[in-house]
Design a protein around this ligand. Structure first.
Ligand SMILES: [Zn+2]
Length: 301
């Protein structure tokens, strides 16, 4: 478990096409001071708009996790947040020139490479964890997410898609930087050709290609190079979970069991947890280190 907070060594810039807008999006990851937290900035709005990661600014749609409301919204934050959670980055200013984080190859690889190229920078302030104290279970009729107390962040994911290339897959791991890099960071998102064509026709997707995702038709994988691993699908689901749980803005100490989960179900689990006063606590306790106001979920305390 990381004891101290981290930011990054210096500013790093990424550029890529947005799948929703079809436009090039510029993403600047900038170092931030201790206790600053993770703050998004929409640089294309006038004036620029700051959106801190807080329970009241986070949302989920069917296909992505979202930070900010209305015209401030930023879609597809989950793979970037997975990289930040996986690499234990606490303080960062994320400047973005549009309403979505580019998908790059559909995994967290581009973000991981950018961060590791400038390095993690330790900050001599204690990391604060949100510790699960009581079991929380949520369901949407199909999937289910259960949170239980644990001394670290560990997960167990299972998916079950009636498709010849996917079927039933499961993965369990205890999250740390090495495991994140070697087991999850490279796993790409996936979509079905029929859905993608329908979204193109409806004008929901203006960009996107086989470069941004694993694409399946009813028989198999259409990407010429195939899969990175046979169980890349469930690894990506675990990557999404690692990203979605960092929507809290702070790391979680919990065992998370996810069966056929979605972004919406992950959010429902987080909001249910925060709304139950005795289901969680800060670690270390606020008596030992004061809680920075940015870290206090306003509807939860
Ligand atoms: Zn994803």
């Amino acid at each position: 478990m990381e004891i101290f907070q981290h930011t990054i060594g210096q500013k790093v810039v990424l550029e890529g096409e947005g799948v929703l807008t079809g436009e090039d999006i510029r993403l600047e990851l900038c170092p931030a001071p201790p206790n600053y937290g993770l703050v998004f900035v929409r640089t294309d709005l006038r004036p620029e708009r700051e959106i801190p990661l807080r329970p009241e600014t986070i949302e989920a749609t069917e296909g992505s996790s979202v930070v900010g409301k209305g015209e401030e919204a930023i879609f597809f934050v989950e793979h970037l947040l997975a990289a930040l959670n996986g690499l234990s980055i606490d303080n960062l200013i994320i400047r973005i020139s549009g309403p979505e984080v580019p998908l790059f190859d559909g995994s967290a690889r581009a973000f991981v490479e950018a961060i590791l190229s400038v390095g993690r920078k330790p900050q001599w302030s204690l990391r604060r964890y949100l510790r699960v104290q009581e079991e929380i279970a949520v369901s949407d009729g199909v999937g289910r997410v259960v949170l239980r107390p644990a001394p670290d962040f560990r997960l167990r994911c299972e998916i079950d898609f009636p498709h010849p290339a996917i079927g039933r897959q499961q993965i369990s791991l205890q999250l740390n930087q090495e495991k994140f890099l070697s087991e999850l960071s490279f796993a790409r998102t996936f979509g079905f050709l029929d859905d993608i064509i329908a979204k193109r026709k409806a004008g929901v997707f203006r960009g996107g290609s086989l470069e941004n995702a694993i694409v399946l038709d009813e028989k198999g994988v259409l990407n010429p190079d195939g899969l990175r691993l046979p169980d890349e699908f469930v690894r990506h689901k675990a990557l999404d979970l690692v990203g979605d749980f960092y929507l809290l803005g702070v790391p979680l100490l919990a065992e998370v069991e996810a069966y056929r989960s979605t972004h919406r179900l992950h959010l429902k689990a987080l909001k249910t947890l925060l709304a139950r006063e005795f289901a969680w606590s800060w670690y270390p306790s606020p008596g030992r280190v004061p809680v920075h106001p940015r870290y206090v979920p306003s509807f939860a305390v």
